[in-house]
Design a protein around this ligand. Structure first.
Ligand code: G
Ligand code: G
Ligand code: MN
Ligand code: NA
Length: 255
C-alpha cells in the first residue's frame, strides 16, 4: 500500500483529526485563540504527525481536499465555540496553508463562509518559502483575503528566505517567530537580541508578533519584556483534542 493510496482512504474514511494549540496573550495570560494542527489517526500506525504525510499530500495534490477539510473543521469548531461561549467571541483560529492551496483561493472563502464563522476570526499561516515560491500569486491572494477581513501571518519566520524586502510589500498582520530562535533566548542565549530586533521590526511595519515554542517561564518573561504580544508552546500547552481545548475555554480561557 502506497502512502498516496493510504491518504486517499484516510480522506474517505474520515481518519483525520484537528488538534488545537492555544495561543496566549502575554499581557492577560488568557487564550487569544488556537492554531489548528492536523493529525492522522491511522488504523495500524496510530497517531501520525503532519511531517510524515504533508509532503506526499502536496506532491499528489491531495493537500487540496485535506486542506479544505481542515478549514471546514477548524472554522466550524470555532463558530460552535463562539455560539456556546458568546463572551469568548474574540477567540480566533489559525490554519496552516500549503502553497498548492493558493491555486484555488475560492475554496478557502467557500469553506469559511459555509462555516458561518466571522471572517475576521480566521487567521491563515503562510511560510516565507511558500510566499517566495510565487510572490505575485501570494500577494494577490493575501490582499484579496484581507479585503474579506481574513488576516494572514508569516509562519516559521526567520527560517526561510533570507531577504526581508518582501515584508513591507505583503499585507501580513503578524510574524510568528520560529521556535528555533525562542529556544535560545535565555540570559546567556545568543538569540535574545535577534528576537528583540524581530519584535521591533514587526512593530515598525505595523505587525504583531507571536513567539512559537515557548517552553519556559524565563522565555515567557523575556518575551513579554520585549513587547511580544502572543506566545505559543509547551510551557502553556501542547496541541490538544477539541474536547480538551473546550475545557480550557470553559475554564476562563486558561490553558
Ligand atoms: O502538528 P505539528 O506540530 O507536528 O506540525 C508540524 C507542521 O505541520 C506545522 O508547523 C505545519 O507547518 C504543518 N501542518 C500542520 N497542520 C497542517 C495543515 O492543516 N495544513 C498544512 N498545510 N500544514 C499543516
Ligand atoms: O505551524 P508550525 O510548523 O509552526 O507547527 C507548530 C509545530 O511545533 C507543531 O508540530 C507543534 O507540535 C510543535 N510545537 C508547538 N509548541 C512547541 C514547543 O513548545 N516546543 C517544541 N519543541 N515544539 C512545539
Ligand atoms: Mn503554523
Ligand atoms: Na511555525
Amino acid at each position: 500500500l502506497t502512502l498516496e493510496s493510504d491518504l486517499r482512504r484516510a480522506i474517505e474514511r474520515g481518519e483525520f483529526e484537528v488538534y488545537y494549540q492555544p495561543v496566549i496573550d502575554l499581557v492577560s495570560g488568557q487564550i487569544s485563540g488556537f492554531e489548528a494542527l492536523l493529525r492522522w489517526n491511522h488504523p495500524t500506525r496510530g497517531l501520525v504527525l503532519p511531517g510524515e504525510f504533508i509532503g506526499c499530500a502536496e506532491e499528489t495534490g491531495l493537500i487540496i481536499p485535506i486542506g479544505e477539510w481542515v478549514l471546514r473543521e477548524a472554522c466550524g469548531q470555532m463558530q460552535r465555540w463562539h455560539a456556546k461561549y458568546p463572551h469568548r467571541e474574540a477567540l480566533s483560529i489559525s490554519v496552516n496553508l500549503s502553497g498548492k492551496q493558493f491555486a484555488q483561493p475560492a475554496l478557502i472563502t467557500k469553506a469559511l463562509h459555509e462555516s458561518m464563522l466571522v471572517p475576521s476570526s480566521l487567521k491563515l499561516e503562510i511560510t516565507e518559502s511558500v510566499i517566495m515560491e510565487d510572490p505575485r500569486t501570494a500577494s494577490e491572494l493575501i490582499e484579496q483575503l484581507r479585503l474579506e477581513q481574513v488576516h494572514s501571518y508569516v509562519d516559521d519566520f526567520g527560517t526561510g528566505y533570507s531577504s526581508l524586502s518582501y515584508l513591507h510589500r505583503f499585507p501580513m498582520s503578524a510574524l510568528k517567530i520560529d521556535r528555533s530562535f525562542i529556544s535560545n533566548i535565555g540570559p546567556d542565549g545568543e538569540n535574545a537580541e535577534i528576537v528583540r530586533t524581530i519584535v521591533t521590526l514587526a512593530h515598525n511595519l505595523g505587525m504583531s508578533v507571536i513567539a512559537e515554542g515557548v517552553e519556559t517561564r524565563a522565555q515567557l518573561d523575556l518575551l513579554a519584556e520585549m513587547g511580544c504580544e502572543f506566545g505559543q508552546g509547551y510551557y502553556f500547552s501542547r496541541p490538544v483534542t477539541r474536547g480538551v481545548a473546550e475545557s480550557m475555554i470553559s475554564r476562563d480561557c486558561k490553558p
